[in-house]
Design a protein around this ligand. Structure first.
Ligand SMILES: CC(C)(COP(=O)(O)OP(=O)(O)OC[C@H]1O[C@@H](n2cnc3c(N)ncnc32)[C@H](O)[C@@H]1OP(=O)(O)O)[C@@H](O)C(=O)NCCC(=O)NCCS
Length: 333
């Protein structure tokens, strides 16, 4: 029997219906469609509206369909990992809420907090449990309700983020398909440039922190941009080099959708034409841990068994990295 690898056997994205367009933002902050489009590539984002609806709603909707598509009974799932920085509550883990709601009664799991790299970190973590032979089926979900931590009076952040996410099913494979290699990194110095000041144990939420708007995302955009371009490009280039691949061997680059200029820089660095790059930032903005499964879902019908994918991300922490993955199935769509 060949080595066990962890293959994605199903994927499904989910976004709420309500749209927040660039035009809408023009009436909320001092910005305009032309600036947002040319500086980021974003045209609209989705917003999860409704009392009491948290990130678990996105996770459950995506994961339910992800399992249904391949007739996977929820009770056969061994583990559920949710990558998010906007959990329903500080505790318990959103993964626990999601697993129970899905009927994954035999699964255990937890949340992975690595901001925009969260899906990559969770996918890699889940893959280890499959590769050891310990587990057969793991749900990996990346989702964020960014609207819950965005200040809609701050034009430097509110134009970027949106709500959404997606789920993949990881299963054991012995034909050499699935996660082949990964290079992941984190650097706590990045906290200075991208963080949420209050609401954690260092600075619990108070009236004062709310008045100071410290429960929202703080971002030094230009600095984050520089680090994102360098690190996403470097890790994509490094995963190719480590696996003796050239751009001709790569069928798809799946980049985290933070800014179209970061995506283009990464593609250029590894010599890939934009036709081979998954881009849906125009529709959803940056959904943090949600962007990569949302991309895989939107492009699922174009993916073929054996396709070589490079998935790359950069985010708060800082966290970043790339995964080399062989797609495991032809879409039935
Ligand atoms: C946020 C981001 C889009 C801003 O783009 P930028 O080109 O770096 O813009 P800057 O912040 O340097 O600002 C340039 C000018 O545009 C202005 N500006 C900023 N936001 C604006 C907006 N929404 N509308 C109009 N003008 C805006 C600034 O005030 C500044 O004006 P000035 O030159 O008069 O001072 C960009 O930095 C970015 O994408 N950063 C990375 C984001 C990211 O990846 N975050 C998630 C982690 S992965």
């Amino acid at each position: 029997m060949g080595k066990i690898t962890a293959a994605i056997t199903s994927v499904q994205g989910w976004v709420p219906e309500d749209k927040l367009t660039n035009k809408d933002l023009e009436s909320m902050v001092d910005t305009n469609d032309e600036w947002i489009t040319s500086r980021t590539g974003i045209k609209e984002r989705r917003i999860l509206k409704g009392e009491g609806l948290g990130t678990s709603v996105i996770c459950i909707n995506a994961a339910k369909e992800c399992l249904r598509k391949v007739n996977c009974a929820p009770e056969t799932v061994d583990m559920v990992l949710v990558a998010t920085i906007t959990p329903d509550m500080v505790f318990p883990a959103t993964a626990n809420i999601v697993a129970t709601e899905l009927g994954c009664v035999n699964a255990w799991g937890y949340d992975v907090q690595a901001a925009c790299s969260g899906f990559l970190f969770a996918l890699t973590t889940g893959a280890q449990f499959i590769e050891t032979g310990r587990y057969k089926k793991i749900l990996i979900i990346g989702a964020d309700k960014m609207s819950s931590i965005i200040n809609y009076e701050d034009r430097s952040t509110c134009i970027i983020f949106g709500d959404g996410g997606g789920a993949v099913l990881l299963e054991a494979n012995t034909d050499g398909l699935g996660v082949i290699d990964f290079t992941l990194h984190s650097d706590g110095n990045g906290a200075n440039y991208l963080h949420q000041k209050a609401g954690g144990s260092r600075k619990p939420a108070t009236h004062d922190t709310i008045d100071a708007k410290e429960h929202y995302v703080f971002q030094e955009g230009a600095t984050v941009f520089k680090f994102a371009v360098t690190n996403m490009s470097d890790s994509a280039a490094s995963i190719l080099e480590r696996n003796s691949l050239t751009s001709d061997d790569i069928d798809w680059l799946v980049p985290h959708q933070a800014n179209n200029r970061i995506i283009e820089a990464t593609a250029k660095r590894i010599g890939l034409p934009m036709e081979k790059v998954m881009v849906n930032i125009q529709n959803y903005g940056n959904t943090t841990a949600g962007t990569i499964p949302l991309c895989l879902s939107d492009y699922e019908s174009q993916l073929k068994k054996g396709d070589n994918l490079v998935i790359a991300a950069f985010g708060g922490g800082f966290t970043w990295g790339a995964i080399y993955l062989k797609w495991a199935y032809d879409s039935i769509a």
